[in-house]
Structure formats: structure tokens, C-alpha cells
Design a protein around this ligand. Structure first.
Ligand SMILES: CC(C)(COP(=O)(O)OP(=O)(O)OC[C@H]1O[C@@H](n2cnc3c(N)ncnc32)[C@H](O)[C@@H]1OP(=O)(O)O)[C@@H](O)C(=O)NCCC(=O)NCCS
Length: 117
């Protein structure tokens, strides 16, 4: 049964600028395991990855119904790409299956999260 659905669109350049201006932003958004994946990338791919994680977590917070805040924060959700490149939710407060999907253009990243139980 579907318990929640969340979508988000994020501007890649905005996230890139924030990360450049405030390096601590990366520690706030990415878990240590996500940071390890992020560090393997450079330039546009790194920016896409960071904006994608930001957006996936916003999508999760909408599927969860709270937004990002006291009830769920960026460090409460972790999404790791598997060996084929698919995003797998490895940590979240939801006690069920979490489905994640990501798509980019040069400027935008779009994400979707479905909560199933
Ligand atoms: C809910 C949240 C995720 C919305 O994100 P946003 O980027 O402000 O706005 P979006 O355009 O992506 O989404 C807006 C839509 O989210 C939906 N929404 C708002 N609150 C929601 C909630 N609690 N649950 C599910 N959906 C919600 C609404 O449909 C809203 O559309 P509307 O304004 O036309 O009604 C946002 O409140 C949030 O938690 N953002 C995190 C912000 C943050 O930490 N910023 C720090 C910057 S460094």
C-alpha cells in the first residue's frame, strides 16, 4: 500500500553556489557515507550528486508529510547509489519500503519518493 508520495525540483547552480560559499553545507546535507560517494565525483557530476541528495531528502520530507525540520532532518535520511547507479534509501524514519528516483538536466534535478507498506 502506498503511504506517501513526494516530488521536488532543485536548481543545481543554487546548490553549487551554496556549497562553495558555505563548505559546512556539505556536512549538513550529506551523511558520512554519502560524502564518500560525493568525493569520488568532480565538477558538474559532483554538483548533480549534491543537488540530487538535497532534492531526494526534500521529496522524502514531503512524502513523510512534515517538510525538513524538527521531525525529520537531512542527517535522518541517507541515499546511496548502488553498483548500477540506482539511488537506494539506506536510512530513514519510515518503517517500510522507500522508492527513490532522480533525473537531471543541465540546470535542474527532479526527484520522487514513494513510501510503501
Ligand atoms: C516542505 C518543503 C520541503 C517545501 O520545499 P520548498 O523548496 O520550500 O518548496 P517546493 O516548491 O519544493 O514545494 C512546495 C510544495 O510543498 C508542499 N508541501 C508543503 N508542506 C508540506 C508538507 N508538510 N508535506 C508535504 N508537502 C508539503 C506543498 O504542496 C507546496 O506547494 P504550495 O506552496 O503550492 O502549497 C520545505 O518546507 C522544507 O522543509 N524545506 C527545507 C528547507 C531548508 O532546510 N532550507 C535550508 C536552506 S540552507
Amino acid at each position: 500500500m502506498i503511504r506517501g508520495l513526494g516530488i521536488d525540483l532543485t536548481e543545481i547552480d543554487r546548490v553549487k553556489r551554496l556549497a562553495k560559499r558555505h563548505p559546512q553545507y556539505i556536512d549538513r546535507i550529506l551523511t558520512p557515507r554519502e560524502q564518500k560517494q560525493y568525493e569520488q565525483y568532480s565538477n558538474q557530476r559532483a554538483a548533480e550528486y549534491l543537488a540530487g541528495r538535497w532534492s531526494l531528502k526534500e521529496s522524502f520530507s514531503k512524502a513523510w508529510g512534515t517538510g525538513i525540520g524538527k521531525q525529520v532532518g537531512f542527517q535522518d535520511i541517507e541515499i546511496i547509489d548502488n553498483e548500477l547507479g540506482a539511488p537506494i534509501v539506506t536510512k530513514s524514519p519510515f518503517n517500510g519500503r522507500v522508492h527513490a528516483s532522480v533525473s537531471h538536466t543541465g540546470q535542474l534535478v527532479m526527484t520522487e519518493i514513494i513510501l510503501e507498506r
